[in-house]
Design a protein. Structure first.
Length: 155
């Protein structure tokens, strides 16, 4: 008669893989968030000019700002006030093993810049940055998982 003994070690392995996936997902989300902030950090230096006819309440010439270095269609938008950059956020949800990176509702005009409108050509910054970083983001997520698989002797 042949006897066999079977022991289940799946629960610790599953926990180790979930922990590794969570670590990689956090790193990838933070990398994308950081790169988006860098993409939106190209300044559009404005020039202050005196208005030829208007005066302030105190009688001095009024000033206005022009932005001669605006982004071209197809380029990421250049920063004037930093509002869009300050409203790029990320959310991490460990229970769902999910990360989201995007803009808050306060800066939804970032989506108008991303896709363009009937009057303004697109200045893509979100999707184009994601596509450029996609191989790196995949590696950031998979590296800890592959390491955990090797350490559990399943890989």
């Amino acid at each position: 008669m042949i006897e066999a003994k079977f022991s289940w070690n799946g629960d610790p392995v599953v926990r180790a893989l979930e922990e590794a996936a969570w670590e990689g997902l956090q790193r990838a989300a933070l990398r994308l968030h950081t790169h988006l902030l860098e993409t939106l950090n190209v300044p559009n230096t404005g020039e202050s000019r005196k208005h030829p006819t208007r005066k302030t309440a105190s009688g001095r010439p009024a000033t206005y700002t022009i932005y001669p270095h605006s982004s071209r269609p197809g380029e990421p938008p250049r920063k004037r006030t930093g509002w869009l950059q300050r409203n790029v956020r990320y959310e991490l949800d460990r229970s769902a093993l999910r990360a989201r990176v995007g803009v808050t509702e306060n800066a939804r005009y970032g989506l108008y810049l991303e896709f363009g409108t009937a009057r303004v050509a697109a200045r893509p910054w979100l999707d184009s940055t994601f596509r450029v970083l996609l191989p790196e983001l995949r590696a950031l997520v998979l590296a800890p998982v592959e390491k955990a698989l090797r350490e559990t002797k399943l890989g």
